[in-house]
Design a protein around this ligand. Structure first.
Ligand code: AMP
Length: 117
């Protein structure tokens, strides 16, 4: 596991880079994506530095669950209950992960195709 978090999300957590926060507690932060790909595009991240799902440990189980709990709460607050929302976690550069601090994308407010591209 990596200990030094030099990613842009590490900087957001430490307050070194601004973000438009929509939720924060001791463990989790949610903020608007800088380059939204849907009318609602929010990222939910743990404050603990975890690279992606290949980097998780048994002790992270509760924290991972909390990310999804917060995702549901935030999506509800954003008015997505009627039409639904999509969650995405990209794990690895090969599938599009560009920031190597784990994050759950909350996407909503438009049509989505399945299977995803
Ligand atoms: P991924 O490609 O799954 O790693 O997603 C990274 C996401 O982070 C992209 O949707 C970016 O638009 C978003 N992003 C990058 N920098 C920032 C930032 N400073 N504030 C908010 N979102 C960002």
């Amino acid at each position: 596991m990596t200990t030094e978090n030099n990613t842009i999300f590490g900087k957001i957590i430490r307050g070194e880079v601004p973000s438009e926060k929509v939720y924060e507690d001791d463990d989790v932060l949610a903020f608007k994506d800088l380059n939204p790909t849907a009318p609602v595009h929010i990222l939910v991240i743990p404050k603990k530095y975890i690279v992606n799902l290949f980097d998780v440990e048994e002790e992270d189980a509760e924290l991972l669950g909390k990310l999804l709990l917060v995702a549901g709460k935030v999506a509800s607050e954003q008015g997505l209950e009627e039409d639904g929302f999509r969650t995405v976690i990209n794990n690895g550069a090969g599938v599009g992960q560009s920031v190597f601090h784990i994050h759950v994308h909350i996407l909503g407010g438009r049509d989505f195709s399945w299977p995803p591209g």
